[in-house]
Design a protein around this ligand. Structure first.
Ligand code: PGA
Length: 256
């Protein structure tokens, strides 16, 4: 059985006090409805990690960072290392999010270095991949997925992959309100497992947790999560409201 995961990516939202309030609301709601099969990961901004770590009482919730530096330490003004986020309470880090690829020009080589640094420091990775609208329209989705898996995960082996969660996030669906249909998502998720098998062997494709991300909301979560190759969701906008996030967690709990 693969682990079900609902992860919340807060992006650049919430001050420390706002974040604490959200976590308190979430914990109160979860205490009444404790999840039995879903791991919850929240990824607040760096500045809130320690405060949220200290406030977390619910063992079902784990902390993640949204990014880390590609180097372990050094003269990199403004950067934050894997070791630092770990010492602040993060157990996971998102790497390769499309917003980092687009706005911060992160390419496969940077992403590959970040993944290696994360694993070296015993941080688990939520590795985001996905095609743009243009690429989908040109029928390049599968090619992009193969490239991202091949180059972002270069030099890794099937043992490393046990500490990686893949998040398929079609760029055209992120923050746009447009979601992939359950069938579109399922098709790519199945393909991701095939490619992981082809690259890393050991039947790893079927064992990995693969999340869908891109405008996941309470209204569409149930149908998406019902797909056999979707193990959960990486949620942006809808994780900023405790009620919406909880409903997505509940949809995961009800999925087979
Ligand atoms: P969204 O973001 O749910 O707001 O589309 C998802 C993500 O970027 O991870």
């Amino acid at each position: 059985m693969r682990q079900k995961v609902i992860a919340g990516n807060w992006k650049m939202h919430k001050t420390i006090s706002e974040g604490l309030k959200l976590v308190e609301q979430l914990q109160t709601k979860l205490a009444k409805n404790p999840p039995t099969q879903t791991r919850i990961i929240i990824c607040p901004p760096f500045t809130s990690l320690t405060a949220i770590r200290d406030a977390l009482q619910d063992r079902n919730i784990e902390l993640g960072a949204q990014n880390i530096a590609w180097e372990e330490e050094g003269a990199y003004t403004g950067e934050i290392s894997a070791k630092m986020v770990k010492s602040a309470g993060a157990r996971y880090t998102i790497i390769g999010h499309s917003e980092r690829r687009t706005y911060f020009k992160e390419d496969a080589s940077t992403i590959n270095k970040k993944i290696k640094v994360a694993l070296k420091n015993k941080l688990k990775v939520i590795h985001c991949i996905g095609e743009s609208l243009e690429e989908r329209e040109q029928n390049l989705t599968k090619e992009i997925i193969v490239n991202q898996l091949e180059w972002d995960l270069k030099d890794l082996d099937s043992a490393d992959l046990k500490n990686i969660i893949i998040a398929y996030e079609p760029v055209w669906a992120i923050g746009t309100g447009k979601t992939a249909t359950p069938e579109q998502a399922q098709e790519v998720h199945q393909f991701i497992r095939e490619i992981l098998d082809a690259i890393f062997k050991d039947g790893i494709g079927k064992k990995m947790t693969v999340l869908y991300g891109g405008s996941v909301k309470p209204i569409n979560a149930k149908d998406l999560l019902a797909q056999p190759d979707l193990d959960g969701a990486l949620v942006g906008g809808a994780c900023l409201k405790a009620n919406d996030f909880l409903q997505i967690i509940q949809a995961s709990e009800k999925s087979e």
